[in-house]
Design a protein. Structure first.
Length: 349
């Protein structure tokens, strides 16, 4: 090969190497260069159930988490990001992640995290559905539909009225991509764990089933919302009335039966409402809870104070505590003092 030809050949090789190096760097940068661009150090990213590669790409772009979508699309193809490798859930993205890191983070759910699901004591399961839907994928209406499904209620051994007793207010760690039935299954698991042998034995000693303990706890909690330390005493009073076959005569059950939760003073007209939840009209416990009571309220019933009280009314000093009595005459004096205090404050309804 002549010298001119060798020069041209070497020049060609040099150009080829430069082009290869340039292309190689572009490819390397596309795979390993920063592609996640967010304003904060980290950000939550949610992959909904049923998402495909295109949907994940769209969400990443829609939320302005990435630039250079074409490069990410190519890396996803190379790393087989499809089918079962796309796992729904919550992921935390870091600013500056490369396409390779991002796909590895999302692929097969490797970077998936659990979320904290919290619901406090509520009046109805509607409220529980609304609170839970804020932190998991399931919609509140879908949750409520499942809560009201008779087949699901029977599956876990409850009736329509007692099903709310299975829900224990607390904070739970769970997968964001939790559907309604999975959430209910988790609540059943937590319910079973809560009702350990110690609590079951306490319920047997009192003579009430788990659901009926919770129903009584809902009444006790409604009677004393401010000071949990008084709940065991109230629970002891109501257990005394149940054992004597007396009506519970609990004002919160009347309010529940009427359905007007703005009532400040239960009047004679309210006591005549014909409802199985009206414990002035019917003996025993109502068919279901009047709220979703806390675990501490349930434990207050299970650890009820052993006392002789069968009457109580709010104290006339409006402290939030109650005046207890074991005789009707003593109770009448307490009740009269409270009625006078109500009148003095202009509380008539």
């Amino acid at each position: 090969m002549s010298k001119p030809k060798r020069r041209r050949f070497r020049l060609f090789l040099l150009v080829l190497l430069v082009v290869a190096a340039f292309v190689g760097k572009k490819i390397y940068d596309g795979i390993y260069g920063a592609i996640v661009d967010i304003d904060t150090e980290t950000a939550a990213f949610y992959v909904p159930t049923g998402s495909d590669q295109a949907a994940v790409l769209h969400e990443l772009q829609e939320q302005n988490f990435i630039d250079k979508i074409g490069k990410l699309d190519w890396v996803m193809e190379q790393k087989n990001f499809k089918g079962q490798n796309i796992v729904p859930g919550k992921y935390t993205l870091r600013d500056g992640m490369s396409a390779a890191e991002l796909v590895d983070h999302l692929r097969a759910g490797r970077g998936k995290e659990e979320v904290k699901v919290t619901f406090s004591s509520s009046r109805f399961l509607d409220d529980v559905a609304g609170k839970v839907a804020r932190t998991i994928e399931a919609d509140s209406l879908v949750l409520l539909e499942a809560f009201n499904n008779p087949e699901i209620q029977r599956k876990y051994g409850f009736s329509r009225e007692t099903f709310p007793t299975m829900f224990l207010p607390d904070t739970y760690q769970m997968d964001w991509a939790t559907d309604a039935e999975s959430f209910i299954a988790r609540m059943a698991k937590e319910y079973k764990a809560f009702w350990n042998e110690v609590r079951l034995e306490s319920a047997r000693e009192i003579g009430l089933s788990q659901s009926r303990i919770t129903i009584l706890a809902s009444i006790v909690q409604a009677e004393q919302q401010l000071y949990p330390d008084e709940r065991p005493r109230i629970a002891g009073l109501y257990i005394n009335r149940l054992n004597r076959g007396m009506r519970l005569q609990s004002d919160p059950t009347v309010v529940y039966a009427v359905g007007d939760f703005n009532i400040n003073r239960v009047l004679t007209k309210h006591l005549s409402v014909d409802s199985p939840y009206n414990t002035y009209m019917y003996k025993g416990l109502p068919p279901g809870p009047i709220n979703i009571p806390s675990k501490t309220s349930i434990d207050a019933v299970l650890n009820a104070e052993d006392n002789r009280y069968i009457y109580m009314c709010a104290k006339a000093d409006f402290s939030g505590y109650h005046a207890f009595a074991s005789t009707l005459s003593e109770h009448n004096r307490n009740a009269r003092a409270f009625q006078i205090a109500m009148n003095q404050r202009g509380i008539y309804r």
